[in-house]
Design a protein around this ligand. Structure first.
Ligand SMILES: Nc1ncnc2c1ncn2[C@@H]1O[C@H](COP(=O)(O)OP(=O)(O)OP(=O)(O)O)[C@@H](O)[C@H]1O
Ligand SMILES: [Mg+2]
Length: 248
């Protein structure tokens, strides 16, 4: 996969989207922003489902300039797209170690990889995940952390879609860093300026339509450094608060 192209559809009121074809490449990080109900999750789903003018938005997704036949979509999506959706949890009744062992086996990965995946997940969640933990009993934050480490280390999918990273109680900056280093195309839905400024471009949604695509400016890159410092301060306070300490 070299290019993913989004061709315009229409807003919720039927008005056509006005952007030209939007081409995205592996290694690029995009933020998806807009009010609640503006259509961010729907855009992510359009990409996951590789829609061909047959979703509510009427958008068309091309892979390397070509449409994907409806019969092949599920297979191609499985191979190319990893999706962390809002409020996603594991439902399998196996241990963390067993799940990772099976996943590594399916993907032809080294047998010792699961331990590294768990170690990586534990760098972004404050409550450690143990290999013997039952997968479906992990907390929301632990599940997310494990999925992110799994996507970064085990999945070969070149496209990663993330619907909101911030509500999970994980270290979103580190999580983001892990994924950004993997050379994949990443689209991340966010309501948080700090997260949005980690992306080089942002897609703005309104009324179900993509209304603008903004490149991160030089001034915004500077602001990003400032937000980074307040994020670190906030996290340090958060850790003390969790331990039951006084904050000042
Ligand atoms: N272009 C469109 N035409 C028709 N319906 C749309 C369009 N875009 C989105 N919708 C629908 O509007 C509803 C809200 O969209 P969506 O869930 O994507 O919002 P959101 O931006 O993710 O909101 P939140 O921030 O609350 O998660 C959904 O039912 C979605 O299918
Ligand atoms: Mg949403």
């Amino acid at each position: 996969m070299n290019t993913l192209t989004i061709l315009p559809g229409h807003a919720r009121d039927g008005a056509p989207e006005t952007f030209e074809a939007l081409s995205l490449k592996p290694g690029e990080i995009l933020a998806v922003v807009g009010n609640t109900g503006s259509g961010k999750s729907r855009l992510i789903k359009d990409i996951e489902q590789l829609v061909g003018r047959d979703s509510v938005t009427g958008r068309l997704i091309l892979l390397d300039g070509a449409r994907i036949a409806p019969a092949n979509r599920l297979l191609v999506s499985d191979r190319l797209v990893a999706h962390l959706s809002q409020n996603m949890r594991f439902v399998l009744d196996v241990t963390v170690a067993e799940f990772l062992r099976l996943h590594c086996l399916c993907r032809d990965k080294a047998a010792n990889l699961p331990a590294s995946v768990i170690a990586l997940a534990n760098t972004i969640t404050p409550e450690p995940i143990l290999p013997g933990n039952s997968l479906n009993l992990l907390s929301g934050g632990q599940s997310r952390a494990l999925m992110i480490a799994d996507i970064a280390m085990v999945c070969d999918s070149p496209i990663v879609l993330i619907d909101e990273l911030e509500n999970a109680g994980i270290d979103k900056k580190r999580a983001f860093g892990l994924l950004a280093d993997s050379g994949k195309l990443i689209l991340i839905v966010t309501h948080d300026p700090h997260t949005a400024l980690m992306a080089s471009r942002r897609i703005i949604l309104e009324g179900g339509a993509i209304v603008r695509i903004l490149e991160r400016s030089k001034e915004e890159a500077l602001l990003s450094g400032e937000l980074d410092r307040s994020y670190e301060r906030q996290r340090a306070l958060q850790q003390r608060m969790r331990k039951g300490e006084r904050l000042i």
